[in-house]
Design a protein around this ligand. Structure first.
Ligand SMILES: C[S@@+](CC[C@H](N)C(=O)[O-])C[C@H]1O[C@@H](n2cnc3c(N)ncnc32)[C@H](O)[C@@H]1O
Length: 242
């Protein structure tokens, strides 16, 4: 999955998402000198790299449970570092040390996010919209995006964060059959489709296939009355499909 994600992102297909994140963080952090931006479940550091490139005074840290991903992220940008860390446990960051937390298609733990963020910090998350990769879902038999995803996001953060904005990022990608295979490998559907079936279905696609990318960028602010010492109640749901 990491190799698929790297190949797809390096081809530039999701660059518009990175630009939207950079623009959002630029606005949110305009009054901060040398802000620290941490990307939890940041993978190989792709989006953090785009953000750091756009914000010349910022420094960044990728946290990811995968050693392979963290090694790549550590080399991704001169102002970025990386550590291996499990988002379901205590993060290796001081309380209130982070100006902005990024979370893109990755696990999120509200109480711990709240602890490491400054009280006036910002949490920026990306989730897939229901029409994300719409043209591939029926032909390839991909899992649907949960239509209650945003509701679940808000429920999971409630008590620690309040919504402070949202924007949609929607564009069309022209994907080759190889790209289509790769994007399936990046998401949860990969575990549900036998590789022979996938190959046969992909062969039937026109080339290139116009495919919708559709995500939501959510901005949340810490709640003043948040109880940062609240015990975690079980493991939240796994990462979002992308
Ligand atoms: C769908 S990928 C997204 C990666 C990156 N945000 C991106 O969009 O390119 C999910 C990432 O979350 C990481 N991850 C999964 N479980 C995790 C956990 N418990 N703690 C930290 N990272 C985790 C995976 O290793 C993977 O890099």
């Amino acid at each position: 999955m990491v190799a698929d994600r790297l190949r797809f992102q390096h081809a530039g297909h999701y660059d518009a998402i990175g630009r939207a994140l950079a623009d959002t963080l630029d606005r949110q952090l305009s009054d901060r000198p040398d802000p620290l931006i941490a990307d939890v479940g940041g993978g190989t550091g792709h989006y953090l790299t785009q953000v750091l490139t756009a914000l010349p005074d910022a420094v960044g840290l990728t946290l990811d449970v995968s050693k392979f991903a963290a090694r790549r992220a550590a080399r991704a940008h001169p102002r970025g570092g990386a550590v291996t860390a499990d988002a379901w446990r205590a993060l290796p960051l001081r309380t209130g040390a982070v100006d902005a937390l990024l979370n893109v298609f990755a696990p999120r733990a509200a109480a711990e996010f709240r602890r490491v963020l400054r009280p006036d910090g910002v949490l920026v998350l990306v989730t897939p919209a229901p029409d994300h990769l719409a043209e591939l879902r029926a032909p390839l038999g991909l899992l649907d995006v949960d239509p209650r995803k945003d509701e679940r996001l808000a429920e999971g953060l409630h008590g620690h964060f309040a919504p402070a904005g949202e924007r949609e990022v929607r564009f069309t990608m022209d994907l080759t059959r190889d790209d289509a295979t790769t994007v399936v490998g990046m998401g949860p559907s990969a575990r549900h489709i036998a590789s022979d079936d996938l190959r046969a279905r992909v062969r039937a696609l026109p080339e290139p296939t116009p495919v919708t990318a559709s995500v939501r960028v959510h901005v949340y602010r810490p709640r003043e009355d948040s109880d940062t010492a609240a015990p975690r109640r079980g493991r939240p749901r796994a990462e979002d499909p992308a």
